[in-house]
Design a protein around this ligand. Sequence first.
Ligand SMILES: NC(=O)c1ccc[n+]([C@@H]2O[C@H](COP(=O)([O-])OP(=O)(O)OC[C@H]3O[C@@H](n4cnc5c(N)ncnc54)[C@H](O)[C@@H]3O)[C@@H](O)[C@H]2O)c1
Length: 365
Amino acid sequence: MRVLITGGAGFIGQRTGDLLLKQGHQVTILDNLSPPAHDGPPALPAGMELVEGDIRKREDWVKALKENEVVLHLADHHDYLPSFSKLFHVNTVGTAILFELLLEGKTSVRRVVLGSSMAVYGEGKYRCGKDGDVYPQPRRVDALERGIWDPPCPICGGAITPMVTDESVARPTSAYGLSKLAQEELVRLLGERHGFEWVILRYGAVQGRAQPFQNAYYGALRIFALRLAHDQPPVLLEDGNQLRDFIDVDDVARANVTALAGLPPGAYNVASGRAHTLMDLARILLRVADRDLTPETPGRYRVGDARHAVPDVSRMKAAGWEAQAGLEAMTREYWQWLRSQPNLDTYFEGADHLMERTGTVRVSR
Ligand SMILES: NC(=O)c1ccc[n+]([C@@H]2O[C@H](COP(=O)([O-])OP(=O)(O)OC[C@H]3O[C@@H](n4cnc5c(N)ncnc54)[C@H](O)[C@@H]3O)[C@@H](O)[C@H]2O)c1
């Protein structure tokens, strides 16, 4: 295959490009090498052709599309900070330009695979003893301020239990999630209507070595590990009992290649299928790093976060893909990589202070 990866110089893009090259495919990447993903020119795997350009610029897409047959569209803006207009400008305008060019018929592209996120589910699916399956509203800031972490039933207001969330209902609770859903809907509508093959992959929390720790978007493991490297205990948001699905970047790369090679159109959750609390993650890291510290839960919270994110991975399993790496192996790999990195002081707490200053991370009363 001749593959164009947008955002191919990033964390997931590089690992996917690597895998494609090993399998004998041709890889071009379109990337503007922008911060915070990059704080200097990346060392790209040999064999990847880099087109340095911006997905918001039509002429840069034209330079990169050339003879490519499939596009893995990963370039986007992702952030918890209130950069709302940039989220929509990069994520939707970039995708719309791609389809304008496809419709002009001057490219060889037949398939588009979009890298999306669990963030499109917002709070996801729950079960209420009285009202059955429900999809809670975004959690209210006044409840979070009082340290009430669990969302109530949107119908009766009672207690509800988190369930695995399949691909059928998407209700984002953050501007990032909403921008990814808008991007998805463009791919779905324009792909379907104009006869292009399309696939949407919704990734869980992707982990692994070489995850740039200057990028504040990458949450728990980056923050905990940076603190441990400075002999500080992990500080968990909320009460640490939030459920997340952590997936290894190499498993994500295999899922991307599976989708590029030919999954039927649709949205697919790409995750490990195993839920862990943030407290589990902190304890695993403490064990792996051999540190005798106690995780702290001072009641901080991040506006827009979902309480739990537990994806149902049965669609991808039915398509023949399954995650292989476990959380302990992922955590060990990340810790070993981070310990080998220079200048960790540069990144320690910088991103978290910025989130506090902008009111993105707050403390309950
Ligand atoms: N890493 C995760 O945990 C995770 C989880 C869910 C979804 N995703 C999605 O996966 C995709 C890839 O994420 P990642 O973790 O590799 O991110 P990353 O930040 O490491 O890589 C993104 C790349 O896109 C490039 N880019 C940003 N804006 C651009 C623009 N306007 N034009 C051209 N290039 C641009 C950046 O320079 C970077 O190389 C994103 O769409 C993201 O939303 C990631």
